[in-house]
Design a protein around this ligand. Sequence first.
Ligand code: NAD
Ligand code: TYD
Length: 339
Amino acid sequence: MNIFVTGGAGFIGANYIFYMLREHPEYRIVCLDKLTYAGNLSTLEPIIQNPNFRFEKIDICDREAVCGLFEEEKPDIVVNFAAESHVDRSIEDPEVFLRTNILGTQVLMDACRKYGIQRFHQVSTDEVYGDLPLDKPDLFFTEKTPLHASSPYSASKASADMLVQAYHRTYGLPATISRCSNNYGPYQFPEKLIPLMIANALADKPLPVYGDGLNVRDWLYVEDHCRAIDLIIHNGRVGEVYNVGGHNEMSNISIVKLICSELGKPETLIKYVTDRKGHDRRYAIDPDKIHSELGWLPETKFADGIKETVRWYLNNKEWWETIVSGEYKNYYEKMYGNK
Ligand code: NAD
Ligand code: TYD
């Protein structure tokens, strides 16, 4: 089996490549990544010499380069993680989100049609459903919930999902989609809530909590997401959407306080800052379909996963300190300088 993994130098893609090479050592994995600010080749260092692994620096919007690699490698499966993924950045500058997340997905699917494929899997997000109110805790996103995106990021992901479904219906592309809740774990870029708070707390810097801090996310350990995608590409039904989430809803402020406590840092570091524009209130997934059809259930409890994640950031300071000291620093000033 030859699997193309796009965006594999990013957070979830890299964890997925490690997972696949471990679980299916006989598979060939080819990673296509543009290495944007969020892509870090050093993450893939441990497997770069693996004879079953190949890395190519490719923009998924570059039709010629993508087709060239398809021609050469003839992949059986494509798993598309490549995306601009940060909501705050999409609010500042939406254009690249539309380009990569929508047009890039189209280029990949066109190549799949041209060269033939067993499966195209689109890694999507629960954010395509918009948000849920805080006062109706029994409401969850199911696969039938209408798309109702709030941010340029989620609108671009929802657009890509619709395009994937259109390619399935119109051209018979054997496609599946997974819509997962917020992931956390090793190698997450320190602009997202959990690694940002860990990095700032370790440096005794303020911990910027948006608005009232009561927004709720449904957190899933990254490896549980990787296992879900593995199950879907092998056993999921073509043309179907699978929601992935572990009923682990937490408010932002409770996560930040937990990180302070894990690191022995004072809660006085917490600073409430101006809210994100259009900030989604609550995400919550109903994972019944993937559980009943594919037997998937999350394996990592949040209490264990967050401890493991904090330990990973403590033991791998070099990985994230290089990032924090680079381009990200300018971005950080721009986003938080006046808040
Ligand atoms: P990330 O930002 O950490 O990584 C994205 C990767 O894609 C980077 O390596 C980047 O270099 C690469 N990339 C960006 N533009 C590209 C292009 N034009 N061509 C090739 N490569 C390009 O993102 P992540 O958190 O790992 O998310 C991966 C996927 O999972 C995304 O599609 C995201 O929408 C989805 N998702 C993320 C979460 C989450 O909590 N992080 C939850 C659900 C779904
Ligand atoms: P984030 O990690 O950006 O993921 P998403 O917006 O895709 O869910 O943010 C998670 C939550 O944390 C979200 O409600 C916004 C909030 N947040 C803060 O309060 N402060 C921050 O500095 C960041 C990055 C996020």
